[in-house]
Design a protein around this ligand. Sequence first.
Ligand code: SF4
Length: 209
Amino acid sequence: MRRPPTLKTIEVFASVQGEGLRQGEPTIFVRLAGCNLRCAFCDTKFAWGRGHVRTVGQIAAAVQAIWRDFPARWVCLTGGEPLAQDIGPLLRQLRKAGLAIQVETNGTFDPRPSADWYTVSPKPPAYAFRPGFRKKAREVKLIASRGLTAETVRAVRRAFPLSTPVILQPQSNAPWSMRKAQRLLEQALREGLWNIRVSVQLHKIYGLK
Ligand code: SF4
């Protein structure tokens, strides 16, 4: 008998999307376990571990149980790095339930076809991402970490279509990082680079997960 598909998970929870263009929207999060990178500034290091193995059916049931009290339109698959595992069966099951799906990724694995929204956040030192994201990314997020340079902002801006926003997100809302994001934005403007903006992590301001 074929075994049902499983995924290593950390948690399933309701919150608002605190980051990027979907900021403020009620969202059910599925946090998957494991990441292929080890960013020094990672604020979800607890997701680097092995997590709990759950069937896709169990994860979808957990989402639906939350949805009954919190009928959000969106589910966000996050991590860790969600594309390090085969999320195809979960995407299909959530779509069948009529939910829209966002995937937050570091961009180093190929995109799956059926997500509705890809948030791509290339990470240091290489800031590498798969070419398939050039068209698939709905937004690109760069963390205004100590090492982020104007050269990287320029290269990332030029790598994606101009219609795809590049968002400079302060590292854990730290004031130094906000000042850095603003400096990088002003520099980009002076260079004639468009569709770059600054943001904050809204969920941390609200004290949410
Ligand atoms: S890619 Fe994301 S989840 Fe992975 S280590 Fe970096 S910040 Fe953390």
